[in-house]
Design a protein around this ligand. Sequence first.
Ligand SMILES: [Zn+2]
Length: 221
Amino acid sequence: MKNESEKYMNKALALAAKAEALDEVPVGAVIVKDGQIIGRGWNRRQQKQNALEHAEIMAIAQACRKLKSWRLESCTLYVTLEPCPMCAGAIIQSRIANVIFGAYDPKGGACGSVINLFEIPQWNHHPNWEGGILEAQCSKQLKDYFRKKRAEKKAQKIARKAAQNQIQSTDNSTPPVVPGRSASEAEQVSSMQESEVGDDSLSDNDHNFDLERVPRTSKGD
Ligand SMILES: [Zn+2]
């Protein structure tokens, strides 16, 4: 069972790598029924500029098309990152039986990290779930991606500043003033924009995938 989980998690990791190659946050998912992959998904949020394009949603849509049914009752979904509330909702709606995920998401996970949508007693479907399968690999893939993106942003910022300095050193005229704003107001706005760039969703603080966590599961073992 563990070998099987790792086998399919490796497939999900390969799809996450595909997302990363397209400059997307690397998250991948597969849906398996009777030993066959019937749905594949990877994060396409940037490419599609659509907040709904998470890996799990793409995999669910494909599996529903394949089975010609919205019910995925005897299926298992493998995903490299703990599902968010939207995907946990879609998993419940599609009646997926089992969910296996890799890295935990302490700031966004809806399978126990922030909230557990799979164990709300009043709801009529409760998928079995297990977290922490190939967690080290899944977590590393995400951390490496965010580290790379931060380094890229930093290099862009340095290049931008160097270009600005060059313009200033060759330009002896008075600095441009934004109409209706004093020079100091313009500076404030510009420094706010810079801090927003440096403090966006690419921070590891927002994605603090925890390697030390003891694997959790719906079966309590
Ligand atoms: Zn999601």
